[in-house]
Design a protein around this ligand. Structure first.
Ligand SMILES: [Mg+2]
Length: 449
């Protein structure tokens, strides 16, 4: 039986929540930032700010440059997650088959409830009305309805903000052909460039491209791309009840990560190392708390001009050891940071990295996500991040050496302390000179991912 999937996506979510809460902000260009606005980015721009050229993830100074009248407003992650759970509770009044996709997006399988596309449209209208009653006029959502999740999301994207559209099976191909390749969830700018390099610029060309050649280029992803270009997607809407009650610390987590915007942009490798080690410990603690081990670590840096570099490494023995994660991360990151000598401070010569400076390899320019507006090149490091993936459930294999076994028992005690007294109850001596200021936002930068 043909399925009917509804995708709902709130418009300028954090910004519209604030506009709903505060009439002064309504109708104005606003940008939701972290707590420390000077060094933050715009996590969400209001519809008015977007119209004036402000984009998500722009630095606050750049947003001010583009839109001098913008009101920068510190975000309130707790409020947003509360609204997200209320919003998902309302969705589950309409069908038990609700799957949350992100903080402001969910999928609903409404095949049984709607019966046909007319029923689906009525359901969508009723859903909107219910959300308006609950949240008010200023928090709006776009809705796409289609035979599968991928197409429902693409449909929803096409009617932002605040639209509603239905794409039936027979109209899928015509609809896809009105969209750009990177409108599709799953085609990022890198995949798009690789497709372009193969001469594929449109979905029509993607459909006509021999599947074997796609598989040669993209492996199993090639099969997915081929199916996607035909509007096919067989993934199911798996609701949280089907998954088992999903708690914060249980199923569904695919990765753990932390990133941190440094208090000052820096060239100092030692400072960067210390923050990276601190981040690795934060990630490792969350993994041990969830009895999870990882076999992959990813590390990334962002420079003062918002270009960046990231890399990952997979290893055989799963771990939740912060020091190990840090060591692997540093090994893969450091060759990409070309240190050049710098006057050595005296008296601290034991650490060979002290006093070396860091400059970005020129190749990173090509990996920039976007360039600052006419700003001079700035290769000081602004942000470091580390995340783990390829997770399995623990516990870790007992190590061979007594010294390492001892460390495990030390950590299990430290973990108990942290569980009881919260983060910050212990810190490695080597990271003592650094201080993690309280997390400035629950999203985008400085975040758990
Ligand atoms: Mg949204």
């Amino acid at each position: 039986m043909e399925r009917i999937i509804l995708h709902i996506d709130f418009n300028s979510y954090f910004a519209s929540v604030e506009q709903q809460a505060n009439p002064f902000l309504r109708g104005k260009p606003i940008g939701i930032t972290g707590k420390s606005q000077e060094r933050s980015v715009v996590a969400t721009a209001s519809i008015e700010a977007k119209a004036l050229g402000v984009k998500t993830a722009m630095s606050t100074w750049e947003a001010k440059k583009v839109c001098p009248t913008i009101i920068l407003w510190p975000g309130d992650p707790e409020k947003y997650s509360d609204i997200t759970s209320r919003f998902n509770r309302i969705l589950s009044e309409f069908t038990p088959n609700v799957s949350q996709f992100s903080v402001d997006e969910s999928f609903l399988d409404i095949t049984d409830e709607a019966e046909d596309y007319f029923g689906a449209t009525c359901l969508a209208q009723a859903l909107r009305e219910r959300l308006r009653e609950e949240f008010g006029d200023h928090i709006t959502a776009s809705i796409g309805i289609a035979p599968n999740k991928l197409m429902a999301k693409l449909a929803c994207e096409s009617v932002k903000p605040n639209g509603l559209t239905v794409v039936r099976k027979d109209d899928l191909i015509d609809f896809i052909d009105t969209r750009e390749l990177d409108d599709l969830c799953g085609i990022g700018h890198r995949i798009k460039h690789r497709l372009n390099a193969l001469g594929v610029e449109t979905f029509k060309q993607l459909r006509e491209f021999p599947i074997n050649d796609l598989v040669d280029e993209f492996k199993s992803y090639g099969t997915w791309l081929h199916a996607a270009a035909h509007g096919h997607d067989s993934s199911a809407v798996v609701s949280s009840t089907q998954k088992g009650i999903r708690t914060m610390h249980s199923t569904g987590v695919k990765s753990y990560g932390h990133s941190y915007t440094l208090p000052q942009n820096t060239h100092d490798l030692l400072v960067i190392k210390r923050y990276l080690l601190g981040l690795a410990d934060k990630v490792a603690w969350r993994m041990r708390r969830d009895k999870t081990l990882a076999r992959r670590v990813s590390v990334f840096v962002r420079f003062g001009d918002f270009t960046g570099h990231g890399e990952q490494r997979t290893f055989n023995e799963p771990t939740a050891n912060g020091l190990k994660l840090f060591q692997i991360a540093w090994r893969i990151l450091s060759p990409h940071l070309s240190p050049h000598s710098h006057p050595q401070p005296t008296g601290r010569a034991r650490d060979t990295d002290i006093g070396t400076t860091l400059s970005r390899p020129t190749s990173d320019r090509s990996q920039s996500s976007y360039q600052g507006l006419g700003s001079p090149p700035n290769d000081l490091v602004r942000l470091v991040g580390l995340s783990t993936s390829l997770l399995s459930s623990g516990p870790e294999q007992p190590p061979l050496f007594k010294k390492d076994r001892k460390m495990i028992s030390v950590f299990s005690s430290l973990d108990k302390l942290q569980h009881r007294y919260g983060p910050g109850v212990w810190q490695r001596a080597s990271t003592m000179p650094i201080e993690f200021k309280s997390r400035s936002s629950g999203f985008n930068y400085d975040h758990e991912v």
